[in-house]
Design a protein around this ligand. Structure first.
Ligand code: PXG
Length: 470
């Protein structure tokens, strides 16, 4: 049996011999493939990097570069690359029952087992789960469940969702409307109705002269103001990521979530935690809301649920909402692949790996080690204003002046500039405006953390040098 903390079975070896040159791949890609969130004309001029295989925390490209993946793919490959256990489970399940639906009074063992497993690893009170294929569909499902719930409670007027600016909840029309990314809204003349946004708890950029704690409280109290503006009888739910992921790994002050929770309870508003990034061990807890110490009514899950090996998302439905929903008659929502047997089987096997020590190690060993190493390595950098994070996720704030927290005139340019250095140094580190983000696979070892931190500090140092700071 392989050691769950040491993912090195090289299952890719025979499967991924480079069949074509990088140039061939790039030309074919440019001719036929539209990439997500990309300016294709600009991208096609330079050509995409072609990732051919991966193991543990390393990616390999078609030019034989070995790249350390500081982002676990797109925040999802929690158990690391090359997990033979997951491949074998998928193979076996495909032979046994590759597909069947869960619509018409039918079910199957993998989806039952997954539901039982999720009831075990989620906090007390979560006993029911609805399945989909992605985080975006999860948040669409959250809206559908919430509306059905309030209708069943005899309060169909409770329709509004309140979310945050610079929050990310997906890229379907519902997900992107809930999200607070202005550049996405601009491209969406159609949005779903009954969604309102309040400001985000991003102290470094928006906190002014307030202490982080006072600012956290003030931003939470915007929820109360918005509820009163809309009327509590019209507000269904508040949704937020426990820490904003794509928005910059923004950790709110300790005052923020207790106040949000207090306000939701006071006005009987459902509290939804979008755990698509924070879930399945990222902070060292199973779910990020446990790190912040609040109790949601619903949770959106995807990414780490299967470590990205197959697409699957889910909504965890807490006791009160589940009881209401189950008593409210037909729930007219579902997807062909809700509870797909292969995805469910892989998710069960993935959660087993996470339970067999991976999350515990993030909490007690590699998480604290990563957080300390990163802070130490960047402490003397003139460019770095703060490092936030917990477990194996971090947001690194760049600033033009530490004392005044002055931001670059072109924050996106600064982040992209640093990311170009990372690219050249075989490091995947994500840029969100002037914050650099790290979220490596949860199986990363101490020596790999040393390499990751050393490379990140080096690339940040090169950026500082380009700015004439060092
Ligand atoms: N909620 C959260 C909190 C997310 O981070 C979604 C929902 C949507 O999940 P799907 O599976 O529909 O993508 C996400 C996704 C980035 C990036 O650049 C982040 C995500 C997706 C794509 C890019 O950081 N998060």
């Amino acid at each position: 049996m392989s050691n769950p903390l040491d993912p090195r079975p090289a299952i890719h070896a025979e499967a991924t011999k480079p069949a074509r040159s990088t140039r061939d791949w790039q030309q074919m890609d440019a001719a036929h493939h539209i990439h997500p969130f990309s300016d294709m004309a600009a991208l096609n001029k330079i050509g995409s990097r072609v990732i051919t295989h991966a193991e543990g925390v390393y990616l390999h490209d078609s030019d034989n570069n070995k790249i350390i993946d500081g982002m676990a793919g797109l925040w999802c490959v929690n158990v690391g690359y090359g997990r033979k256990e997951l491949a074998e489970v998928a193979y076996k399940q495909m032979l046994e029952l590759p597909y069947y639906n869960t619509f018409f009074k039918t079910t199957h063992p993998p989806v039952i087992e997954l539901s039982q497993t999720l009831a075990e690893v989620t906090p007390a009170g979560f006993e029911h789960f609805f399945y989909c294929n992605s985080g975006s569909e999860g948040n669409d499902t959250v809206m559908r469940i919430t509306h059905k719930f309030w209708e069943g409670q005899g309060k169909p007027g409770k329709k509004w969702f309140i979310s945050r600016k610079n929050g990310y909840h997906g890229s379907t029309i519902a997900g992107a409307t809930l999200g607070g990314m202005g550049y996405m809204h601009e491209q969406m003349p159609s949005q779903v109705s009954h969604v309102a946004h309040i400001n985000q708890p991003y102290w470094y950029a928006e906190g002014g002269d307030l202490t982080p704690e006072a600012f956290g409280l003030a931003r939470a109290q915007e929820l109360e103001a918005k509820i009163l503006e809309l009327g509590a009888d019209n507000v269904a739910a508040f949704i937020g990521e426990p820490f904003q992921g794509a928005g910059g790994v923004i950790f709110p002050a300790s005052t923020y979530w207790p106040e949000i929770e207090r306000i939701c309870r006071k006005y009987d508003i459902l509290l939804v935690a979008d755990e698509v990034i924070g879930g399945f061990g990222r902070t060292g807890e199973w779910f990020a809301h446990q790190y912040f110490g609040f109790q949601p009514d619903l949770m959106t899950m995807a990414k780490g649920l299967s470590s990205g090996y197959v697409p699957i998302g889910a909504v965890a439905v807490g006791k009160r909402v589940a009881e209401g929903l189950l008593a409210a008659g037909d729930f007219n929502h579902g997807l062909t692949y809700s509870g797909h047997p292969v995805a469910a089987a892989v998710a069960v096997a993935n959660i087993k790996l996470l339970r067999d020590g991976i999350i515990e190690r993030v909490k007690t060993d590699t998480g604290p080690y990563f957080q300390n190493s990163l802070r130490q390595a960047l402490a003397s950098s003139p460019l770095i204003g703060e490092v936030q994070g917990a477990g194996l996720v971090a947001g690194i704030q760049m600033t033009m002046d530490k004392a005044s927290r002055k931001r670059s005139d072109d924050p996106w340019g600064l982040g992209n500039h640093c990311r170009d250095h990372c690219f050249r140094n075989n490091l995947i580190m994500r840029a969100t405006a002037d914050r650099m983000l790290l979220s490596p696979p949860l199986v990363i070892s101490r020596s790999e953390i040393d390499e990751l931190v050393e490379k990140a500090a080096h690339c940040i140092g090169l950026t500082a040098k380009d700015l004439g700071m060092a």
